[in-house]
Design a binder for this molecule. Structure first.
Ligand SMILES: C[S@@+](CC[C@H](N)C(=O)[O-])C[C@H]1O[C@@H](n2cnc3c(N)ncnc32)[C@H](O)[C@@H]1O
Ligand SMILES: Nc1nc2[nH]cc(C(=O)O)c2c(=O)[nH]1
Ligand code: SF4
Ligand SMILES: [Mg+2]
Length: 243
């Protein structure tokens, strides 16, 4: 991590604040709630470095400037901004949102109290605390496969995947780059961790990549009883930020 980004995260953690990348309202583009209006809270910082990550501006500080990309905001202020929107649903993502679990807990508790449905997008490497599980409507867990380019010991944390599977609120959404290599790896992970809801989503940041990818993934998903996730925001708006 860059020194500036590290200092930002330390300052936020000391104050109980959140490090925010962006906040916007859109349609949930992925997973079981695809098509539903939601407020997105994108937090800064990640503990992985997936080769195809579509939001490197949240963590890749050799190519992006953390002073321009990140802001430190009190939980109450983020909650107020979210609740100004009429959307019934909130998607907390990143970066890796569970890196900021202490402040995240407070945000999710406030939103849950205000009867918002909070979905948390996570890479599955960090176990959720009981209070986070209580306030969350669902965890959209996206464990990374070998084709992410991240080494196994970093991307697969068995205790965290077990904890997430045990919440009863997790779906597992795998980004597939190469079905021949990736589908057998998903089968192994699904069996090892008792994943009940498995989703395949194509890697891609353009309409044709997503549509062609989904068509190929249907062949693998249907016989196995799995689901295929669109990337609706990519189909509608391409690789635009804040969508
Ligand atoms: C940017 S990540 C943030 C949340 C968390 N770090 C994670 O990976 O789940 C949000 C979602 O986008 C997916 N994703 C990122 N880049 C992608 C790409 N190029 N194609 C398809 N999905 C991608 C991730 O796997 C994850 O499901
Ligand atoms: N529209 C839209 N839906 C999304 N679902 C998950 C996203 C994410 O980046 O986590 C995402 C996103 O970036 N945009
Ligand atoms: S874990 Fe998520 S945010 Fe982090 S690099 Fe991978 S896709 Fe990007
Ligand atoms: Mg996204």
């Amino acid at each position: 991590m860059s020194a500036a980004a590290a200092a930002t995260h330390r300052r936020a953690a000391a104050a109980g604040d959140l490090v925010v990348s962006e906040l916007f309202t859109s349609l949930q583009g992925e997973g079981p709630s695809a098509g539903q209006t939601a407020v997105f809270v994108r937090l800064g910082g990640c503990n992985l470095d997936c080769s195809w990550c579509d939001t490197p501006y949240t963590w890749r500080w050799d190519r992006h400037d953390p002073r321009a990309e990140l802001s430190v905001r009190p939980v109450a202020e983020v909650a107020r901004q979210v609740l100004e929107q009429r959307a019934p649903r909130v998607v907390v993502t990143g970066g890796e949102p569970l890196l900021q679990q202490r402040a995240l807990l407070e945000l999710v508790a406030r939103l849950h109290e205000a009867e918002r449905l909070v979905e948390i997008e996570t890479n599955g490497t960090i176990a959720p605390a009981p209070r986070l599980v209580e306030g969350a409507a669902r965890f959209n867990v996206s464990p990374k496969l070998a084709t992410s380019g991240v080494r196994t010991g970093r991307r697969i944390v068995p205790d965290s995947l077990t904890a997430l599977a045990g919440t009863g609120k997790a779906v597992f959404k795998f980004v597939v780059t190469d079905p021949g290599a990736d589908v057998p790896e998903v089968e192994e992970l699904a069996a090892s961790y008792g994943m009940e809801s498995v989703w395949l989503m194509p890697q891609g940041t353009s309409g044709p990549e997503v549509v062609d990818g989904m068509r190929a993934l249907a062949e693998a998903a249907v016989p196995r009883g799995w689901s295929v996730s669109p990337r609706l925001h990519v189909l509608l708006w391409g690789d635009a930020r804040g969508r």
